[in-house]
Design a binder for this molecule. Structure first.
Ligand code: HEC
Ligand code: HEC
Length: 325
């Protein structure tokens, strides 16, 4: 766990958190890449049978989660993990619940499209189909030509995934009540939430993993109860399934608590329905010894991390069918 001076200053409310800035580019190709990514994010043609888009599992109104424990794939393969929120996803080095060498959002997007563990959008062995399908649409042809002129507008998995990445990098959530009050140097509006904030950054030490400003340290931890019920459908050992290293067994990346009030159920397997259960389930002495009053305060604080302008931002909604070009 890293305690940089910045983190300490942010935690104590002395400086306002900084965020990756959204891409403010005047470059036409970059702008079109973002619009293209948005169109693709909502396009079910990226799935084998045309039934599933990224947004099927990542709904904006739930901070890009889906409200289910796990979500079955397009061919009804059972889901393996809970759908994570996508706020500030461009700021992470490690992506997904337990992976430490994905190169970025473009590579990550290929996992749902053509992954087989589990099968989500079902395009493995049908990869060239995506280019064929999208090329039939005149609007896509125009937009890919502007966005990827150096590749002559080629529509393939590589250009598709880079456009998705450009769109996802605009998912910036930094306007919650907590952010507003920090920026104006004011306390939170209720005694309960202010007490929760003190606990979170102080005695309860939540900030050591759920570190501000992301409310995740982007690192892996084992916080499983010893008596963990194995997922009956699939084995999931967390990070060790990727690294092969036993010491990573059951380690998962700390999930961000931004917008957590909107993203039930919780944990990598959706085992916790409520925030209170989610907090209690850590196999940490601290979390076990918190009183019900403490938990209520912490939840009042977590509620102030909901960013209503993020979940209502018209820039992330399903784009109209009309072609802007
Ligand atoms: C069937 C549901 C489903 C679909 C469809 C889906 N996702 Fe996901 N997404 C998930 C799940 C589950 C995870 C967590 C996977 C894991 O940890 O192994 C995830 C993880 C992610 C992450 C990592 C987030 C983080 O915080 O590290 C990103 C980014 C993402 N998805 C983007 C996309 C994009 C882009 C698409 C469309 C190409 C898409 N997803 C389609 C369920 C889905
Ligand atoms: C040692 C690091 C660590 C500490 C300390 C910690 N957490 Fe966590 N927390 C995690 C990890 C890792 C997960 C995900 C576990 C999993 O899914 O297997 C998690 C999950 C959660 C979740 C569920 C979020 C979601 O989207 O699924 C909540 C809520 C939460 N923690 C709140 C807290 C609070 C409040 C505290 C302080 C009392 C705290 N945590 C202390 C690492 C930590």
């Amino acid at each position: 766990m890293k305690h940089t001076l910045r983190a300490i200053l942010v935690a104590s409310g002395l400086i306002a958190p900084l965020y990756a800035q959204s891409i403010q580019s005047d470059n036409q190709a970059d702008k079109v890449k973002i619009e293209l990514g948005r169109k693709l994010f909502y396009d079910a043609d990226l799935s084998i049978n045309g039934t599933m888009s990224c947004a099927t599992c990542h709904e904006q109104r739930r901070a890009f989660t889906d409200g289910n424990k796990v979500h079955p794939g397009a061919l009804d393969d059972p889901g393996k993990r809970n759908v994570p929120a996508l706020a500030n996803v461009g700021s992470y080095k490690n992506l997904t619940w337990a992976h430490n060498h994905l190169s970025g959002l473009a590579e990550q997007s290929l996992m749902p499209i053509r992954g087989t563990d589990p099968i989500e959008m079902g395009m493995s062995t049908h990869e060239e189909e995506i280019g064929k399908r999208l090329s039939q649409n005149e609007c896509y042809r125009k937009m890919f030509t502007i966005a990827f002129s150096e590749e002559k507008g080629s529509i393939n998995l590589s250009t598709v995934s880079r456009a998705l990445e450009s769109f996802e990098k605009t998912f910036i959530s930094n306007d919650s009540l907590y952010d507003q009050k920090i920026k104006s140097n004011q306390p939170l509006p209720t005694k309960e939430s202010e007490a929760g904030k003190k606990l979170f950054f102080g005695a309860a030490k939540c900030n050591s993993c759920h570190s501000a400003p992301l409310f995740s340290d982007d690192d892996f931890h084992q916080v499983q109860p010893q008596t963990q019920a194995a997922n009956p459908l699939m084995k999931d050992n967390g990070l060790s399934d990727v690294t092969g290293n036993l010491k990573d067994k059951n380690a998962f990346r700390t999930p961000s608590l931004r917008n957590a009030a909107l993203t039930s159920p919780y944990w990598h397997d959706g085992r916790a329905k409520t925030l209170s259960e989610a907090i209690r389930k850590h196999d940490l002495k601290m979390n076990q010894t918190l009183s019900d009053r403490d938990i209520a305060k912490l939840i009042a604080f977590i509620d102030t991390l909901s960013d209503i302008s993020f979940v209502n931002n018209p820039k992330y909604t399903k784009p109209s069918k009309e072609c802007p070009y």
